[in-house]
Design a protein around this ligand. Structure first.
Ligand SMILES: [Zn+2]
Length: 303
């Protein structure tokens, strides 16, 4: 009899716990998972010749990305998808083009969450195509998943979806964006670079340490997936510091809040073997769900 009472009490507790979870869980993150993989496969196919800034494959990749955005019925920023710029580095003078999409916020249209990934990669070297499936076709395909997600789930803050160019030549697209966009209007940058390949099923997030609200959001994050979201690589743990490793760097330098999402470097990092065949699809889909979910937490809380 005593045991029975205990059992009833435990069942009661479980029910209570479940009900509690139901109330606090963020909504299910839905986007077309097949399209996510198909677009990644297309973007990292040989026909784009490694998407090197200033070369033909980069132009065709840009045309493909814009066509995909158009098919999702989103608008270019200031009515333009293409935002050209020039820069000079040790290798010479370059013309490059950022792709920017704007989605007006329903409640705070004057504040922008900038979600970014870079569409350029390393091109062809010694006859080998560097397809950059993970780096960073994975982030760009995730940008398209965001565009699709926003059709059913309009954001409260305005959003810029930025497919930056010339990341591999020194974070140039992001630098240009930060120099020319009204910084007062930027709430946060969420940057995705290398999010499709992890045998350990671990996604890292960098940037919480620089902003109290972001830190709280990460610490209290209700992960909707079985993939681990780990903080680290942020200069606090003796591992390689990723604070300036990708397009979030110029946002960080301008004292703007940012979160960078990425997996640890793998054998194919900056090699011609960074191909679609070797991504880990389950991890990739989960990574995109996690990032959209973090976006929701930020969009709901503000900073
Ligand atoms: Zn990259």
């Amino acid at each position: 009899m005593k045991n029975k009472i205990v059992a009833v009490a435990i069942i009661g507790l479980l029910n209570f716990t479940c009900a509690q979870n139901k109330d606090t869980t963020t909504k299910t993150i839905e986007f077309n998972e097949k399209e996510l993989l198909d677009r990644l496969e297309t973007l990292s196919s040989d026909k784009f010749e490694g998407r090197r800034t200033g070369e033909k494959g980069n132009d065709s990749a840009r045309a493909y990305i814009i066509e995909q955005f158009k098919s999702l019925n989103v608008e270019g920023y200031n009515s333009n998808f293409e935002h050209p710029f020039s820069f000079e580095n040790r290798m010479g003078q370059f013309d490059a083009t950022n792709i920017l999409v704007e989605i007006k916020g329903s409640q705070q249209p004057e504040k922008y969450i900038v979600i970014s990934a870079h569409y350029d990669h390393l091109g062809i070297s010694n006859g080998k195509i560097y397809n950059g499936a993970d780096d960073d076709a994975s982030g760009v395909s995730a940008l398209l998943a965001f565009a699709e997600y926003f059709k059913e789930n309009p954001p409260k803050h305005s959003v810029v979806l930025a497919a930056f160019d010339a990341e591999e030549l020194g974070l140039q697209g992001a630098k240009h964006f930060v120099e020319t966009f009204d910084k007062e209007k930027i709430l946060v940058n969420l940057n995705m670079d290398m999010i499709s390949r992890s045998d350990k099923n671990e996604l890292y997030v960098v940037g919480g340490r620089y902003n109290e609200t972001l830190q709280k959001i990460i610490s209290g994050f209700n992960n909707p997936t079985s993939t681990k979201l780990l903080e680290g690589h942020d200069g606090t743990d003796g591992k390689q510091d990723w604070t300036m490793s990708s397009d979030h760097g110029p946002f960080y330098k301008a004292d703007l809040p940012f979160l960078y999402f990425g997996n640890e470097d793998h054998a194919a990092y900056h090699k011609p073997t960074d191909d679609f065949e070797d991504i880990t699809p389950g991890f990739y889909k989960n990574a995109v769900k996690i990032i959209i979910s973090v976006f929701e937490d930020i969009d709901n809380s503000g900073l």
